[in-house]
Design a protein around this ligand. Structure first.
Ligand code: HEC
Length: 139
């Protein structure tokens, strides 16, 4: 929402509160935020799926996206952790957008779905072992 309309909205809301006190608990205008992904599946759907696809198989279009399905490279957790934390080539880095917990959750999800059966969960401590390359500009 643009600032002016926000101000107008706040005034309207304030007037509304005076007129109808019972609505005081309603969220104000501009109060909606994008949902924050928590579970590994949510992170995958909101962050990874656009490239790696809903079935994890990636694809070939403007660029080539590797398949995460039946992928033996996921076995050693440090490899996919490093991919998500630091990226590589056309794979973006997520050290500045995903928490260690979100990274751990999404990799636990990927390593136990799409035909992968690496049951050992990825933990926040595992993620913390992979240093994030310092970035000067965000992508
Ligand atoms: C903008 C598109 C894009 C997004 C979003 C993206 N990836 Fe990737 N991913 C790539 C590309 C491209 C590569 C190949 C990079 C290379 O090898 O140069 C890749 C590679 C990988 C690899 C290594 C696969 C292999 O076989 O070497 C893993 C693991 C991976 N991505 C996981 C994820 C996860 C998990 C997410 C979500 C947190 C994610 N990616 C989000 C594009 C993306």
């Amino acid at each position: 929402m643009r600032p002016m309309s926000q101000v107008a909205g706040l005034i309207a809301a304030a007037l509304c509160l005076v007129a109808v006190p019972a609505l005081a608990d309603e969220p104000g205008p501009g109060g909606s935020k994008p949902p924050v992904p928590v579970s590994g599946e949510q992170v995958y759907t909101m962050v990874c799926q656009s490239c790696h696809m809903a079935d994890g198989k990636g694809g070939v279009g403007a660029g080539s996206i590797p398949s995460l399905a039946n992928n033996p490279k996921l076995k050693i957790a440090a490899y996919p952790i490093s991919m998500v934390v630091n990226g590589r080539g056309a794979m973006p880095w997520f050290s500045d957008t995903l928490s260690a917990k979100q990274t751990a959750e999404v990799l636990t999800y990927v390593r136990t779905h799409f035909g992968n059966a690496y049951a050992k969960p990825v933990t926040e401590a595992d993620v913390a072992l992979i240093p994030a390359v310092p970035r000067t500009a965000s992508h």
